[in-house]
Design a protein around this ligand. Sequence first.
Ligand code: TXA
Ligand code: MG
Length: 325
Amino acid sequence: MTVEPGTRVLKANEEAIKAVAACLAAGGLVAFPTETVYGLGADARHGEAVARLYAAKGRPSFNPLIAHVADAEAARGLARFDAAADKLAAAFWPGPLTLVLPKRPDCGVADLALAGLDSGAVRVTAHQIAPALRAAFNGPVVAPSANRSGHVSPTSAAHVLADLRGRIDMVIDAGPCAVGVESTIVACLGEPSLLRPGGLPREAIERVLGQPLAIAPIADDAPLAPGMLSSHYAPKARLRLDAEAAGADEALLAFGPTPSASVTLNLSPRGDLIEAAANLFSHLRALDALGAQRIAVMKVPHEGLGEAINDRLARAAAPEAGVSK
Ligand code: TXA
Ligand code: MG
């Protein structure tokens, strides 16, 4: 299948779901909403489609992809679950949790999608269109976030189009994503460990496991979750974190009750971390669109979803390798 010059934008309905399934089966690329962020999907077993997906994102091909599956049973066909993985899948799927597990040799997922690793990432999403999509396309779909590599993740169809218009076949528009930050990634390859804080708070995972999660050491040159390069989530503006107020040349990204005259955008005027996560990427994009050169970001509490928000803010503030911002 060749990419059409334009990207079709489809409202989420029965006909759209059928068109998406046919497109995936033909090796096409389709962006669709999940509860966390919009994903860019391709048939996980179709090596050429996976290659096109990397090309569309401009993603380094060593970066492995998450396979979206229908349920825990389908995931068991791709990867081996230990006791911790069993507990987590039972407690949190469908939901914003990705598990990294030993892959089965016969899993059928294209080698390129796994970037040559012995492990694979699997996830069962909770979005309202997910069951219909899964019924229409029967098989694993690899889906990284539907942004150009190095940009912030999209939480609306408009964000997807801003990055990928003309590079992908279609996008399903079902409005903004409820969670707004990517899934939490936990590796169950021994002691369960947190590879990426995300939409499922660490505390909830630790309660189910009855033990603290190890934090996987992530180094930029040999990262276990390669998407965790320190400057991965990058708006164009330079960010100053933990600010109390904006300087003369800065836009203010606020959190909590703040005198409105000083605020450019507020992640959550009432200080709610769930609302702040849902607004994070769209506010960063909006500040870029306003042409802000410098953004002062107020402190966000480091609990619950605050861990994922602070992680993304720290990456957004990190200078890109070789690029001065
Ligand atoms: O919320 C999400 O997880 C979204 C939605 C679309 O599902 N997807 C997403 O995918 O954030 P992506 O590709 O942008 O981030 C997936 C992360 C990357 O950092 C990747 O390196 C890591 O998962 N990953 C995938 N397979 C891995 C593996 N076998 N071992 C370690 N990290 C892995
Ligand atoms: Mg991503």
